[in-house]
Design a protein around this ligand. Structure first.
Ligand code: IMP
Length: 207
């Protein structure tokens, strides 16, 4: 079965490929698709809205099954910020250093440093019918950024049960704990029957 991965972010594409590894799945990213695909504006108020919008728009445009993720970090003491604004919290899209600095500045000396990464994965059939699953990873915000690995808020995030940030972990270590890994595991369980089919035209009917 062929699936379009609705991302241009090479870090995410690598993580998803490393984790998915279904032998039957042929995973294609947007730059690998042979013709131009529409740019999807992520203007939803929730991760679910954004993931579904991306999956559905690109599935209808590509005529392929399309898997889209929307993810980000929610900090408890900031009322869930940055949430859907994670990628552009400090203004410029994808400026990780500025986003991390703003988060630390807003949190200040607050003793509640609880946070969670959330990942919604939406899968749309070529006809635009969507389902989604979720994965979460809870932890704490470190006092200062630590580590060179990963991307985004990885240098600030210490997952529960650990002392190092995601930025200090290898890709393999992070992948085994991450919100994306948990969402992909949920996807694997929920959509196993579908993924086993060579060329399904739509979601299985019944039940
Ligand atoms: P998206 O590309 O709209 O899903 O934006 C997600 C944003 O959330 C990214 O740009 C990062 O800032 C942050 N984010 C999502 N997943 C991760 C992760 O695994 N590590 C660090 N930051 C992440």
């Amino acid at each position: 079965m062929r699936i379009l991965l609705a991302t241009r972010n090479p870090h995410k594409a690598r993580e998803i490929r490393e984790i998915l590894q279904f032998p039957q799945l042929d995973v294609l990213t947007i730059p690998e698709f042979p013709s131009p695909l529409p740019e999807v504006v992520e203007d939803g108020h929730t991760f679910e809205e954004n993931a579904i919008k991306k999956a559905l728009t690109l599935a209808l445009a590509s005529h392929l099954w399309t898997l889209a993720d929307d993810s980000g970090i929610e900090v408890e003491a900031l009322g869930g910020e940055p949430g859907v604004a994670s990628a552009h919290y400090a203004g410029e899209h994808g400026n990780d250093a500025a986003n991390n600095a703003l988060l630390l500045q807003k949190l200040g000396p607050n003793s509640n440093r609880r946070a969670r990464f959330r990942c919604i994965l939406a899968l749309s059939s070529p006809h635009g019918r969507c389902q989604y699953v979720e994965g979460q990873c809870s932890g704490m915000i470190a006092p200062t950024p630590r580590g060179q690995n990963g991307f985004g808020y990885d240098p600030l995030f210490i997952p529960d049960g650990h002392t190092r940030t995601f930025g200090e972990m290898s890709a393999g270590e992070k992948n085994a704990l991450s919100h994306r890994f948990r969402a992909l595991q949920a996807a694997r369980t929920k959509w196993a029957a579908l993924f086993a089919q060579p060329n399904p035209s739509d979601w299985p009917t019944g039940r």
